[in-house]
Design a protein around this ligand. Structure first.
Ligand SMILES: [Zn+2]
Length: 417
C-alpha cells in the first residue's frame, strides 16, 4: 500500500514539478498540525486558543500559515504603586501660588513623573482627606489637604487612589463625602471609602492592554474616631473574611488579577509584624495577587510567595509590606524615604494565567529645602539621582547620605527574598 502510493507520488512529481513545489509548501503546515501537543493534542486546541485572543493581538492562524504550533499570545501591562501621600502643615506655605490664588503641588512629583508615566495602573495611597477649603486646611493629627494635592497626583501619572487609612475620618463623615466628591470631580477612581452602601459594594475593575485588575483597599482602623453608627460603608476596615469574599466577587466579575491595598502594620517598624505576614499570606492563598501595604511610614521588605489555585495550578503572589512615605514632612530614621514598585504583569491569553515578568523597587527620597520663608519638597528617584550626579540643589553630603540610605533600603527591601 505504501509503495504504490509512493510510486503515484513520484509519477506526479515527474509530470508536474510545479505541483511538487506546492507540496513542499503545504507539508510543513501538516506537520505543525500533528505536532501540536498543547492542551492534550486535541485537533481543535489551537482554534480554542485563538478564540480567546483579543482583536489587537497578532492572531496566528494555524490553518493558513505554514508555521509551527501556535504560541500562546501574551498581553503585558505595568503595575505601579507608592506608599503614603501625606500633607503635613509645613508642606503648605511653600506650595501656594499667589499669582493664581491656589496651591500647586506639581513640583512635589516632577522628578518621578517620567517613572510613573511608565505605569498602566498607577496607585497612590492618599492618607489625608481633601474635603474642601471650607473644612480649613490642617496637618497632623486631623488632616485636611487642598484638593490640588489630588490634582498634582493625577498630573504626575497616578490614575487610581486608595483612601482607606487611619486618617479617613479625620474630618468626619462629611470629610469622607467631600473627599470623594473632589476625587470624582478630578476623574480619579478611588477605593476604600464610599458615600453609600451601594457605592461600597461596587467593584473596581480596571482594564489595561487586555488585562483586568481588580482593586480593593482596607485599613486596620481610624485612629479611634468611631465610624458613624449604621454607616460601616464609609471606611473599609480590615475584616479577613470580608476581604476574601470581595476577592471572590472580583474574580467572578472577570478580574484577571487582584490588588489588595492594606493599611496595616506598626508605625516605624522596618520589618513586618507576624500579623502582617499571616494576613497577607492568607489573602494571597485566597486569590489575591498583589498586597500593596502602607502605614508604617518606613519601607519594609517585600516577598514573593507561591499559592495554589483551586485547579491545582501554582501562581506567584507579591506581598509588599510597606512602601513608606511617598511624600510627607517626616524626616530621619528613613521616614523621608519611600519606594515606587514597578511590576510587569503578563497574561497568557490562551489560559488566562497571570505572571510577573519583573518586580522592580525604585527607592525615593523626599528632598526638603528652604529657599525662602517656607519649605519646598521634591520626591527624587535615588538611583537615577545618584547616577546623574547633576542635581545642583544637592550637596556632597546629600549625595553621600543618599548612597548610604539607598544601600540600606535595597538590603531591607530584599531581606525576605
Ligand atoms: Zn497610616
Amino acid at each position: 500500500m505504501r509503495s504504490s502510493r509512493q510510486r503515484q507520488f513520484q509519477a506526479v512529481l515527474l509530470l508536474l514539478s510545479l505541483i511538487g513545489l506546492i507540496l513542499i509548501l503545504v507539508l510543513p503546515s501538516c506537520q505543525a498540525g500533528s505536532g501540536n501537543d498543547d492542551g492534550g493534542g486535541k485537533p481543535d486546541a489551537s482554534e480554542n486558543a485563538n478564540a480567546s485572543v483579543p482583536p489587537p493581538s497578532p492572531s496566528p492562524s494555524a490553518a493558513a500559515t505554514p508555521t509551527k504550533a501556535p504560541e500562546p499570545v501574551f498581553a503585558d501591562a505595568v503595575w505601579m504603586a507608592v506608599g503614603d501621600v501625606m500633607m503635613h502643615k509645613p508642606q503648605l506655605p511653600g506650595s501656594f501660588d499667589k499669582a493664581n490664588n491656589r496651591y500647586n503641588f506639581d513640583p512635589f512629583f516632577a522628578e518621578v513623573k517620567p517613572i510613573l508615566e511608565q505605569g498602566d495602573w498607577v496607585i497612590a495611597n492618599l492618607e489625608t482627606p481633601i474635603a474642601g477649603a471650607e473644612f480649613g486646611y490642617s496637618g497632623y493629627p486631623l488632616f485636611n489637604a487642598p484638593a490640588e494635592l489630588a490634582e498634582a497626583l493625577k498630573t504626575a501619572g497616578f490614575n487610581l487612589i486608595t483612601n482607606a487609612n487611619n486618617h479617613s475620618l479625620d474630618q468626619g463623615e462629611s470629610g469622607v463625602l467631600g473627599t470623594l466628591a473632589n476625587l470624582k470631580a478630578l476623574g480619579l477612581p478611588s477605593v476604600g471609602t464610599a458615600v453609600s452602601r451601594e457605592e461600597a459594594d461596587k467593584l473596581l475593575l480596571v482594564e489595561k492592554n487586555g488585562i483586568v485588575m481588580g482593586l480593593l483597599a482596607y485599613t486596620y482602623g481610624t485612629n479611634g474616631i468611631p465610624i458613624p453608627e449604621g454607616k460601616p460603608y464609609l471606611v473599609n476596615l480590615i475584616d479577613e473574611q470580608k476581604i476574601k469574599n470581595d476577592i471572590a466577587k472580583l474574580r467572578q466579575a472577570g478580574a484577571d488579577f487582584i490588588t489588595v491595598s492594606l493599611h496595616f502594620g506598626t508605625e516605624y517598624q522596618t520589618t513586618p509584624s507576624e500579623e502582617q505576614k499571616r494576613l497577607a499570606r492568607s489573602l494571597i492563598a485566597s486569590g489575591a495577587d498583589i498586597i500593596a501595604g502602607s502605614h508604617p511610614h518606613v519601607v519594609q521588605p517585600y516577598e514573593v510567595v507561591e499559592a495554589t489555585d483551586g485547579n491545582g495550578r501554582t501562581r506567584e503572589g507579591l506581598i509588599i509590606y510597606s512602601m513608606g512615605n511617598f511624600i510627607s514632612n517626616q524626616r530621619g530614621d528613613t521616614k523621608d524615604y519611600g519606594v515606587i514598585f514597578k511590576v510587569g504583569v503578563r497574561k497568557n491569553m490562551s489560559d488566562g494565567t497571570i505572571a510577573f515578568t519583573e518586580i522592580e523597587s525604585i527607592p525615593t527620597w523626599v528632598h526638603r529645602y528652604k529657599p525662602d520663608h517656607a519649605f519646598r519638597y521634591r520626591v527624587l528617584p535615588i538611583e537615577d539621582t545618584i547616577a546623574a550626579k547633576s542635581d545642583t540643589m544637592l550637596s556632597q553630603a546629600d549625595y553621600a547620605s543618599l548612597q548610604k540610605n539607598f544601600d540600606l533600603l535595597r538590603n531591607r527591601l530584599e531581606s525576605m527574598k
